[in-house]
Design a protein around this ligand. Structure first.
Ligand code: SF4
Ligand code: SF4
Length: 433
């Protein structure tokens, strides 16, 4: 029987490829294709933040450009690498007259996404995060030793030979881990792309430079403002001037060392940063050639959200909700338009995620943080993947979460409905210039 990897390579054939989806899954595919001698011509992505950018050295086109590209390249095959939008993209392709044997879904060959949370703490204390609520819910801190990391990656590959990328963050700040460059190198040695996320309020210039020299494929930078007043209010403990200077450093390293890292600034929108702050950060990203995507700030982790919805809001949740553009209840209503959360559908977090915490424990999904009943395996290394999957499907928290409509809330589904509610809310930010 052929391995997943062999089936995947055979299906792709020898012709040129274009990848629909230019974020982490697509970037992992580029590394995979380059490792196996397959030619990738570029990306398609509907996100305006990515339009006409060069990503991994390749052009990123809008979907409107696809008919002309296909007309000029009759043998071109398309790989759809956008999990939550896969079905809609398939329908779009069929509507464009692309035959079913000319496009593939990444999920047909690799339906699991792995995250290794290499660092079990953060240097900031954002209210929207368990690190900011630490006084209410203390937790153990630590970091994954490099030797454990190697064993985790080896087990992932043994259980899933078609894995193309691994994320090195969940709740922790990976740029605090001194072995981060070696971890990225280890993934690359195995043909696997590396995804990072950072607050970039990082003082260790040497580590920042060394991480960049390892050329991670994807670096998300999470922030919430351009000016100190707004940023400091929601990224507590961070320094926006340090973040901005590090964004300039990233541009410098990418240019000087000819790196391929795609920098994706993830702007957390609150009611004090959604006008002039957002405009200024967009201008900075445009100047530096980085993408900027906006996401409405949420209450995290899942345990805290459930507590609030069940009438036990923590003091930090009450404080945080004053700064949100949408309350939890409004976000749930926006994300579940049929008004019947949990009645239909499955949870993508349950279907395709495997998270490995710094201490090797495995949580139900990336939205849960607390140890205890939301841990489905005490050690990833000692637990076969099939057993982890089985344990996940029996997790009691999923029943509660689904009934409350939280999977769709955490995914931010039906974004236009969130935008409509947010547009009605007052803002304390200065007007745009
Ligand atoms: S920077 Fe990220 S991980 Fe750190 S406290 Fe803030 S939200 Fe949490
Ligand atoms: S149902 Fe909720 S807790 Fe369960 S995997 Fe999905 S998001 Fe996570």
């Amino acid at each position: 029987m052929k391995s997943q990897l062999e089936q995947w390579i055979q299906a792709l054939g020898s012709g040129p490829l274009i990848i629909w989806g230019a974020r982490m899954t697509g970037l992992g595919l580029v590394r995979f294709c380059r490792t196996h001698g397959l030619e990738v011509q570029g990306f398609i992505d509907s996100d305006p933040a990515l339009a006409n950018k060069r990503i991994a050295g390749l052009p990123c086109h809008t979907p409107a450009a696809l008919p002309a590209i296909l007309a000029a390249n009759p043998g071109l095959k398309i790989i759809v690498a956008a999990s939550t939008k896969e079905q809609a993209i398939n329908e779009q392709l069929l509507g464009l007259g692309v035959s079913r044997d000319h496009f593939f879904n990444y999920s047909d060959y690799c339906n699991l996404f792995y995250t290794i949370d290499v660092m079990g703490t953060c240097n900031l204390k954002c209210l929207s995060c368990p690190h900011g609520a630490e006084k209410e819910e203390p937790y153990d801190r630590g970091q994954m030793p490099f030797e454990s990391f190697q064993k985790v990656v080896d087990k992932i590959i043994a259980e899933n030979s078609a894995v193309t990328h691994i994320s090195l963050y969940s709740w922790g700040e990976p740029f605090l881990h001194p072995a981060l460059p070696q971890m990225i190198d280890y993934l690359h040695q195995h043909g696997i792309a590396a995804a990072l996320s950072s607050n970039l309020s990082i003082k260790n210039e040497s580590l920042l430079r060394n991480v960049m020299l390892s050329d991670p494929e994807y670096l998300k930078v999470s922030l919430s403002g351009y000016f100190p007043d707004a940023y400091n209010d929601t990224h507590q403990g961070g320094d926006i001037y340090l973040v901005r200077s590090n964004l300039l450093r990233l541009r410098h390293y990418i240019d000087r060392y000819h790196l391929n890292t795609f920098v994706d600034v993830n702007y957390h929108v609150y009611n004090n940063n959604n006008r002039l702050n957002l405009q200024k950060m967009q201008e900075l990203c445009d100047e530096l050639g980085f993408a900027l995507s906006q996401t409405y700030a949420l209450v995290m982790p899942l345990e805290r959200t459930i507590d609030k919805l069940q009438g036990r809001p923590s003091p930090s949740t009450v404080e945080l909700e004053k700064k949100l553009l949408l309350t939890i209840e409004e976000g749930i209503a926006a994300a579940n338009p049929d008004g019947k959360p949990g009645v239909t559908g499955t949870c993508p977090f349950l279907e395709n995620q495997t998270i490995i915490n710094w201490d090797l424990s495995v949580p139900v999904c990336c939205t849960t943080f607390n140890r205890g009943s939301n841990i489905v395996a005490e050690s990833f290394l000692d637990t076969p993947l099939a057993q982890i999957e089985s344990q996940k499907r029996q997790a009691p928290v999923c029943t509660t979460c689904t009934k409350l409509g939280l999977p769709a809330y955490n995914l931010g589904l039906h974004r236009n409905r969130w935008d409509a509610i947010a547009a009605q809310k007052p803002s304390t930010d200065l007007p745009c210039a």
